[in-house]
Ligand binder design. Structure first.
Ligand SMILES: Nc1nc(=O)c2c([nH]1)NC[C@@H]1CN(c3ccc(C(=O)N[C@@H](CCC(=O)O)C(=O)O)cc3)C=[N+]21
Ligand SMILES: [Mg+2]
Length: 295
């Protein structure tokens, strides 16, 4: 079949638009509430990738007018120390959102730390209360990457209801919540993973294919139905030309772009949307819990 030009789902542009909207919202609310919104990002150790993301988040906060109240702990910080800090932030009136940057060093139990976060300050949507609300389709704080995927699909008016969606990857950070959000919009959802038999055949059924596995360029053209919408959640740093590192997704972009109807790039796709949704969650908590008289 002849190659057609796919539409690029421009997450970077939409993230910028969302940040401008949030900036206006913050300016209006701040005059009523008397303080800016606050986001605390907790980072432990010196994982270079984490440091990049944390810097991106802080820069985005600054643009929108959110105070960054983050804390950087040494790699040998203890579970008790972190739990104590989270409890203090839960009580701190300047803080609307708390995020524990993952992955944490091996000696820490990330799940019990995520559960220490007050559900109303859970900007990452990873607390069991917020995940439970998602399962029930109740409103609540929702995980940033999956929320970013849904917002991008919505922006481009991509039909979801009745469509076959295949999500590859079953993590609690992306795969499971994005499958639930697609189901909520009445997609027929299949979750594929490392044990799935005939993965290629399963993927080729997809009208909407979401790749969230963390394997560089594993989704090749032969796994994609012509005309499918392809969402690439992978952020993989690989060795590029002349030993320089470069960022690639889970999708082999060039070849898949030849047959997809819509596709997200890496970088510039879901990554920036994740940051935008984090800020959006923080501003929503700020609004909701400080302005009982506003809408
Ligand atoms: N508790 C927690 N919540 C997270 O949401 C979380 C986390 N931990 N740990 C790590 C992953 C990864 N993540 C990204 C955020 C922004 C970009 C991003 O801005 N990406 C840009 C470029 C980044 C670059 O140049 O390196 C882009 O794709 O265009 C990517 C990845 C959030 N994560
Ligand atoms: Mg809420």
């Amino acid at each position: 079949m002849s190659a057609s030009i796919p539409q690029i789902l421009d997450g970077k542009a939409l993230a910028q638009k969302i940040q401008l909207e949030l900036k206006e919202k913050v300016a209006t609310l701040e005059s009523k509430i008397g303080r800016p919104p606050g986001l605390a990002v907790l980072m432990v150790g010196d994982n270079p990738a984490s440091a990049v993301y944390v810097r991106n988040k802080e820069r985005a906060c600054q643009k929108v007018g959110i105070a960054s109240l983050g804390k950087h702990f040494p790699g040998d910080a203890t579970q008790a120390e972190l739990a104590e800090t989270i409890k203090e932030l839960n009580q701190d009136d300047r803080v609307d959102g708390i995020l524990v940057q993952l992955p944490l060093p091996e000696h820490l139990d990330s799940i019990s730390l995520l559960h220490c976060i007050h559900p109303d300050k859970d900007a990452d949507g990873l607390h069991q209360v917020n995940l439970g609300k998602l399962v029930r389709s109740e409103s609540g704080l929702r995980s940033c990457t999956p929320a970013g995927v849904m917002r991008l699909l919505q922006e481009y008016h991509i039909p979801i209801s009745g469509k076959k969606a295949v999500v590859i990857g079953r993590s609690i950070l992306v795969g499971k919540p994005v499958a639930l959000m697609l189901l909520e919009q009445n997609a027929t959802v299949t979750m594929a993973h490392s044990r799935t038999e005939n993965l290629g055949a399963v993927c080729r059924e997809a009208d909407i294919l979401v790749a969230a596995v963390g394997k560089p360029e594993m989704i090749t053209r032969d796994l994609v139905k012509p005309g499918a919408v392809v969402i690439d959640v992978g952020i993989n740093r690989v060795e590029g030309k002349e030993g320089k590192s470069k960022l690639v997704g889970d999708v082999a972009f060039e070849e898949v772009a030849e047959i997809a109807s819509y596709i997200t790039p890496v970088p510039g796709g879901i990554g920036p949307m994740t940051v935008a949704m984090l800020l959006s969650n923080t501003v929503e908590s700020y609004r909701q819990f400080n302005t009982p008289d506003v809408d």
